[in-house]
Design a binder for this molecule. Structure first.
Ligand code: PBG
Length: 326
């Protein structure tokens, strides 16, 4: 009788054995938790398409940090949901603006927490595009000035890392130069380097109230079909001195995450975006999948693909679970 000598099942026999030979493990250190900040006080407004996600006023967001810090999550990323929008992004660059006040309140209470900020104009411009517009054109170079001011203003307020998500050409270099000349030579940039024009941003646009009012983002975000171009974008951002590069979304782009991880020597982040979050929740609420198991499998997959850091709305839920089952 020909018995197999090779029996991979030997090392799968018990939970302890499986734990010993596990190649990829998740930790709260892997997570960056996105927060949506809105005006007012005591505001905690649920986002209907994203269960357990809220628009929070600054006071509520600061309260939220107690659990984030307690769970060992090292960083949050702030997205603004301002009341007032205009054609120039005036409120985005205001040293006393919503995000700037939020950063100060957070750093005041939690100086060790890494406060990252989204540097992009879609939430601050009345038409919802990520750059200044002329007619239906999204202007590249004039946008760089505003983004640079925004990043410096965040750094002045105490932001630990700034994170441009706009996809204008040359923004990493422009922001780096602006930070340096303002004296913030040590403020890192996490660049959304390969950000694809994705249908999976749908729920975020409800959460951040930043859907474009005309056209779409295909003239600045990347074509989902392009992998070589993703590497080009990553290398260009590194040439402009990005400190961390990001691939976004995560799940339909695991191959890109792996290629980027193999190509560069900086930390690689991946954004497990709103649609990826909503889709798991929707299936779970229908009784079609087990949410916690699917969540851990997805996050493990993103890490196994090569992400060192993950932006995920599951950060708290996954960290709570890791506390019980490390
Ligand atoms: C916009 C921005 C988007 C996301 C992060 N920053 C949406 C977009 O480009 O339309 C998406 C995040 C998510 O879907 O979770 N600068």
């Amino acid at each position: 009788m020909p018995f197999p000598a090779e029996r991979p099942r030997r090392l799968r026999a018990t939970p302890t054995l499986r734990r010993m030979v596990r190649e990829t493990t998740l930790s709260p250190n892997d997570f960056i938790y996105p927060l949506f900040i809105t005006e007012g006080e005591k505001v905690r407004k649920p986002v209907s398409s994203m269960p357990e996600v809220f628009q929070l006023s600054i006071d509520e967001a600061v309260k939220e940090l107690a659990e984030v810090v307690d769970l060992g999550i090292p960083a949050i990323d702030l997205f603004g949901v301002p009341k007032e929008k205009d054609l120039h992004g005036v409120h985005a660059v205001d040293d006393n603006g919503l995000i700037q006040r939020c950063i100060r309140a957070m750093k005041d209470k939690y100086p060790d927490l890494v406060v990252m900020t989204d540097v992009c104009l879609c939430e601050w411009l009345s038409h919802g595009h990520c750059g200044l517009v002329q007619g239906e054109q999204i202007l590249n170079d004039p946008t760089l000035d505003v983004l640079s001011h925004m990043a410096v203003s965040h750094a002045k307020a105490g932001a630990d890392i700034v994170s441009p998500s706009d996809m204008m050409d040359g923004r990493v270099g422009a922001i780096r130069a602006a930070l340096d000349s303002a004296g913030f030579t040590n403020t890192p940039i996490m660049a959304y380097s390969a950000k694809f024009a994705s249908a999976f941003y749908g729920p975020f646009r409800e959460a951040a109230e930043g859907a474009p009012q005309f056209g779409d983002r295909t003239t600045y975000q990347m074509d989902p079909a392009n992998a070589r171009e993703a590497l080009k974008e990553v290398l260009q951002d590194l040439a402009e001195a990005a400190d961390i590069v990001m691939v976004k979304p995560a799940l339909p782009y695991l191959d890109i995450i792996r290629q980027v991880r193999d190509a560069v020597n900086v930390p690689v982040a991946a954004y497990n975006v709103s649609g990826e979050y909503a889709m798991l929740w929707a299936a779970a609420r229908n009784g079609w999948i087990d949410l916690d198991r699917a969540m851990m499998e997805v996050l493990t997959g993103i890490k196994r693909a090569g992400a060192d850091l993950m932006l995920t709305y599951f950060a708290k839920r996954a960290s709570r679970l890791l506390r019980i089952q490390p």
